[in-house]
Design a protein around this ligand. Structure first.
Ligand code: FES
Length: 320
């Protein structure tokens, strides 16, 4: 997976806030002076910097060809830590907010066929992907799951536009997605793109184990539960650009240690899911604990998310 590192930060005005389904609103954001917004590609997300220390990532779900606005879909999370409830309850049309990005950890790669699997609000990055592959007449299918039909944003638009390419499978009518049946036999030249809640992502990972390497593409907005845990020991980090060497203790991240030494690294989620703090590694073995990098990136061993990942050995040298 290639990671795009365009980092633009700007104010935008909320020019639209519409209810798209039970618990889902779509925000439309525009430049205050009507200037074009940065270019982006399907799969990209932006950070909404809602308040001090309240930064959340949302996938862009509009048309990449329309530079006049960004659109994001926001689900009211029952366990909201403040982000989704702020968007639903406080943010209003006419408000100005700061955004950062777009950033793309989920790029759409060329394939002969595509199988898109979306769970709930995970439909948002898939929407521009579908428009793109449909426009180039590639073969594709979407399997869209959710709790109920009423909770599934964009469902009617998708069915109207793409008819039987779209399989709508609300859980209260169909039960859990039958992934082995939906995935079928492993196929060459078919890319699987999936976004949704963690149990769905884990189930697709398990069901696609026999598929060719690189076929599965996953977008996460919550950390993989098994990654952050695990023993932590202290290690040394050399920051090659700043000429500093730091000790990172068991209860500290590299990002915190660097900040304490006066070297700031841009961060957003702080939990290894957004890719903002990605840092080049010049030497040393990495203990990857993020939910962004794929197996290929990890094997390359030259980049890491310094908000969560650590050293396998005693020492790392970073391009900071
Ligand atoms: Fe999001 Fe590190 S800040 S991955």
């Amino acid at each position: 997976m290639g990671i795009s590192r365009v980092e633009d930060e700007r104010d935008v005005v909320v020019t639209g806030k519409e209810e798209m389904a039970d618990g889902v609103v779509r925000l439309t954001l525009r430049d205050p002076e009507g200037r074009p917004l940065p270019a982006w590609e399907p799969g990209a997300h932006i950070d909404l910097m809602l308040k001090e220390d309240l930064v959340r990532q949302y996938s862009l779900c509009g048309d990449p060809g329309d530079r006049s606005s960004f659109q994001v879909g926001v689900l009211r999370e029952p366990e909201s830590r403040g982000g989704s409830s702020y968007v639903h309850d406080v943010l209003a049309e006419g408000d100005t907010i700061r955004i950062r990005g777009p950033r793309n950890n989920f790029p759409l790669e060329k394939a002969k066929r595509y199988l898109f699997i979306a769970g709930g609000i995970g439909i948002t990055p898939i929407l521009p992907m579908i428009a793109a592959v449909n426009g180039r007449r590639a073969d594709w299918t979407l399997v869209y799951g959710g709790r109920t039909r009423a909770s599934m944003a964009f469902r009617e638009d998708l069915q109207r536009a793409y008819k039987d390419r779209v399989k709508v499978r609300p859980q209260d009518e169909f039960g859990l997605l039958d992934l082995p049946a939906l995935l079928g036999k492993p196929q060459r030249k078919t890319a699987i793109y999936v976004c949704g809640p963690e149990p769905l992502l884990a189930a697709v990972e398990a069901a696609s184990q026999k598929w060719p390497k690189g076929a599965l593409h996953i977008e996460r907005f919550a950390p993989k539960s098994d990654l952050a845990a695990g023993p932590r020991s202290s290690f040394e980090v050399e920051l090659a650009q700043s000429g500093k060497t730091l000790q990172v203790s068991e209860n500290m991240s590299i990002l915190q240690a660097a900040a304490n030494a006066g070297v700031s690294v841009m961060k957003s989620c702080g939990e290894g899911v957004c890719g903002t703090c990605q840092t080049k590694v010049l030497a040393g073995e990495i203990d990857h604990r993020d939910s962004v990098l794929d197996d290929e990136d990890r094997a390359a061993g030259d980049t890491m998310m310094v908000c969560v990942s650590r050293a396998k050995g005693d020492r790392l040298v970073l391009d900071l």
